[in-house]
Design a protein. Sequence first.
Length: 162
Amino acid sequence: MAQEIERKFLVINDNYKKEAFNRTHIVQGYMTSGHGRSVRIRIRDEKGYITIKGPSNATGMSRFEWEKEISLQDAQDLMKLCEPGQVDKFRYLVRSGEHIFEVDEFHGDNEGLIMAEVELKLEDEWYEKPNFIGKEVTGDHRFYNSYLTKFPFKYWSGEVNL
């Protein structure tokens, strides 16, 4: 099984934009989500993907993930079958030491939320934090994209301290 190990952080400044080597536009919806499991449909620029994720472990860092590229047309058709709500974001890729941080700048109902995540090989793996990294939110379900489709950031943004 494919295992995803990642840590998530809030972003405290826009330095990531200057340091990014890539930017893509992502729109995604969820065919189903609940009990920590989800089936996601994603359109990333002109490509489509379907992803299945399992529940997170106790630390919130690790979970099963399976992803397959599908045609753009299939992704567009499947998006029509998704639960209400979508995530719309720009993703910036930033190198930091041996790792790449994915910085997501959310739009629409999640406007104002900017998060970064880094994928690791081990939960206790060392990584170099870029200067735009703020509070860690790994394991906080409010920051899962599937949650943001149902409970957008605009409704609870006042509860977040960077």
